[in-house]
Design a binder for this molecule. Structure first.
Ligand code: HEC
Ligand code: HEC
Length: 334
């Protein structure tokens, strides 16, 4: 056969097939990706500090236990408002010339998914203490402590961020626990992890395999909200399950004059808008507003606080709380 004996024809054909395959297998998909996956319009790229924090996240191996992907199955609904889409990852670039892209989507969820942790846990004080010693804020935590991200100093400088650690969680070395730049960067990165809302919420992809709606007659039975469970998911990480808080960081609600007192407006406003009244405690962020708590849920939480841990105060009604919440929303320009 003449074709197989002609090196020109052979080489040209092979070259042509090689180029054609490269276009089909590599170039076309890349162009398709580039055209169809730009970042969402209101997605914010990481700033310098957050980017430095991401590198700490990578080097400390946090991805071993934490995912950053909300799958489109119902059980993932707690980790974000909508399932993740390709555009959520479109801002991610190569780490550097030598290292490939670190998407940090993760494969293992020993700890919670962190896609939206910036909204769920925005408190600097909580994050620092949690990284210094997770068990100081979450007793049952199996997350490792990262004490090497902190320094022990004799005195605290003006620029230093001190971490108040309860006595029983201190190492033997005395002195002040001060956050290093590394851990501040890391927390900035954690605080930047917020799921970007789509411009049009009705475009949100659905979570699949939803359980059938509860029949109406069942709903009535379980109609009243569980204040204890709501407290556990919204307040307990700081004020603790026993309501005693943590000395020097989070005040006790057990025996608190604000919780036991009659100034409901103050109590509701603390829950909705946060609180920063005293230097000996950290700052409470706007938990109610951030977590979208409804007046019914706030009432359930307040009544749980007023009647637990030995607290024994008059409970309040949803109507009273609702009025105050509406007033707060009106004046705080929600
Ligand atoms: C051995 C597994 C493991 C590793 C490694 C790990 N974590 Fe965790 N993480 C957990 C577990 C379990 C929890 C839930 C209990 C808790 O809050 O401590 C958690 C909770 C968290 C939370 C709170 C999430 C929420 O929804 O409130 C943050 C933030 C966090 N981890 C950040 C990190 C960072 C940053 C690193 C790396 C420096 C890291 N974790 C490494 C297991 C881990
Ligand atoms: C991120 C940590 C954090 C979370 C979560 C949190 N708080 Fe707080 N809370 C604080 C801090 C810190 C203070 C003290 C602020 C100050 O006095 O400067 C505080 C103060 C309070 C006070 C005033 C207590 C007193 O006697 O002074 C009440 C009441 C309160 N919080 C209720 C709640 C409720 C209810 C929730 C859940 C819906 C909640 N907090 C969630 C950190 C938190």
């Amino acid at each position: 056969m003449e074709f197989f004996n002609n090196h020109r024809k052979l080489f040209t054909t092979a070259l042509f097939m090689f180029v054609a395959l490269t276009i089909i297998v590599a170039l076309k998909p890349a162009i398709n990706n580039q055209e169809n996956n730009s970042p969402l319009p209101n997605a914010e790229p990481l700033n310098k500090v957050e980017m430095a924090g991401k590198k700490v996240y990578i080097s400390e191996g946090c991805v071993a236990c934490h995912t950053q992907q909300v799958r489109n199955v119902e059980m993932d609904e707690v980790w974000g408002k909508r399932p993740g889409i390709a555009a959520d990852y479109a801002n991610i670039r190569r780490t550097d010339f030598w290292r490939n892209t670190a998407t940090l989507m993760g494969t293992e969820r020993t700890g919670p998914d962190l896609t939206n942790v910036g909204n769920r846990q925005p408190s600097l004080a909580w994050n620092l203490l949690h990284l210094y010693q997770p068990r100081a804020v979450v007793k049952e935590s199996i997350m490792p402590a990262y004490p090497w991200l902190f320094e022990i100093k004799d005195s605290v400088g003006v620029e230093d961020v001190e971490v108040i650690v309860p006595e029983e969680y201190r190492k033997t070395d005395k002195g002040k626990v001060v956050a290093t730049q590394k851990v501040l960067d890391l927390v900035a990165y954690l605080q930047s992890l917020k799921q970007t809302p789509l411009t049009n919420e009705s475009d949100n992809p659905e979570f699949l395999y939803k359980k059938k709606k509860e029949p109406e007659f069942l709903k009535e039975k379980v109609g009243s909200l569980d204040g204890k469970a709501l407290y556990a998911s919204n307040c307990q990480s700081c004020h603790q399950a026993n309501g005693e808080g943590l000395k020097g960081a989070f005040p006790p609600l057990k025996g608190s004059s604000i919780v036991l007192g009659d100034d409901l407006e103050l109590l509701v406003s603390i829950i909705m808008l946060g609180y920063d009244a005293r230097p000996e405690y950290a700052v409470m962020n706007a938990v109610g507003k951030d977590n979208g708590l409804t007046p019914e849920e706030i009432t359930a939480i307040i009544n749980h606080e007023k009647t637990s841990w030995g607290n024994d105060a008059q409970t309040v009604s949803t109507e009273e709380v609702k009025k105050i919440v509406e007033f707060i929303e009106l004046t705080s320009g929600k």
